[in-house]
Design a protein around this ligand. Structure first.
Ligand code: 23J
Ligand code: MN
Length: 269
């Protein structure tokens, strides 16, 4: 057995690679801040809460030697994880909540599909099966049980440009139902992540089924990541993602810190 795969030295090698800088850690998370936008649904529906923080004490009469805060938010505020129970299609699946998903699903490889050029020219840019197969012709087939992350550089937008609301609702890029079906049914992905406020396009309610990424992913027991940051700093293949949601009892999702481990050669074969 080679040293790199010897179980006795595997984690030691990982620790050494991290401390030497051969493996780098990239933060794919936005800062939780009251100003960070949350999804806005049509007014007849319940709404997602923004992040809020209140000071409990700050080395003062409320606590002379300590500072701490209480915070509130939605399960779907900021950079966050979507569990299968979030959608009606996944409501009866086993292990469908953030507290019951097997923890090995929280660490795994990612493929990054760069849609930034198209998304810069078209706010409603669609990830299609053709784009996925063209990506595979260059980088190889998407392996089973991988995260697929859709890079749009939407994470660089600020303020109103992030939701990009118009009279007819939000306009932001996302996958077509056919693209999600290819990823889930033919590639067997673990989950799908985006830099936008949802795994679905801003106008995703107009597809059949409505919100196809949510419907198809969660109906198949797969996961979502939204409001990701810094996808432009990832290689197309070779990154290892750590995305462990809070252990909320029967939670449908949770804000989380998403980290990517990368090597300088990008880990490409
Ligand atoms: C509820 C309804 C529609 C959508 C969403 C939530 C999300 O994007 C979410 O945060 O899961 S599109
Ligand atoms: Mn969500």
């Amino acid at each position: 057995m080679s040293k790199a795969t010897d179980p006795a030295t595997l984690l030691k090698g990982l620790a050494q690679s991290l401390s030497s800088g051969a493996i780098r850690v990239i933060d794919l998370t936005h800062t939780l801040d009251p100003d960070f936008p949350v999804i806005v649904l049509p007014p007849e529906f319940g709404q997602c809460a923004r992040f809020r923080m209140e000071e409990v004490s700050a080395y003062d009469h409320r606590g002379p030697a300590w500072k701490w805060n209480n915070f509130t938010c939605s399960e779907h505020t900021g950079t966050h994880f979507d569990a299968p129970v979030h959608w009606v299609s996944g409501r009866d699946l086993p292990d469908n909540c953030v507290d019951t998903i097997p923890v090995d699903k929280f660490v795994g490889p990612a493929c990054v599909i760069d849609c930034s050029d198209g998304a810069s020219k078209d706010d409603d840019f669609e990830l299609t099966p053709e784009i996925i197969t063209a990506w595979e012709a260059e980088h190889g087939q998407i392996p089973e049980d991988a995260w697929v992350l859709m890079r749009t550089d939407w994470s660089k937008r600020r303020g109103d440009a992030y939701l990009n609301m118009r009279e007819d609702g939000p306009h932001s890029p996302g996958p077509t139902p056919e693209a999600v079906r290819l990823l889930v049914e033919e590639r067997g992905i673990r989950g799908f992540g985006t830099e936008t406020v949802g795994t679905d396009a801003g106008q995703g309610m107009h597809y059949t089924p409505p919100y196809p990424a949510h419907y198809i992913l969660h109906g198949a027991g797969r996961y979502g990541l939204q409001c990701l940051n810094n996808l432009d700093r990832l290689p197309a293949t070779g990154a290892l993602i750590c995305a462990a949601p809070l252990k909320i009892k029967q939670g449908t999702g949770s804000p989380l810190r998403v980290l990517a481990l990368v090597t300088d050669d990008g880990g490409e074969p």
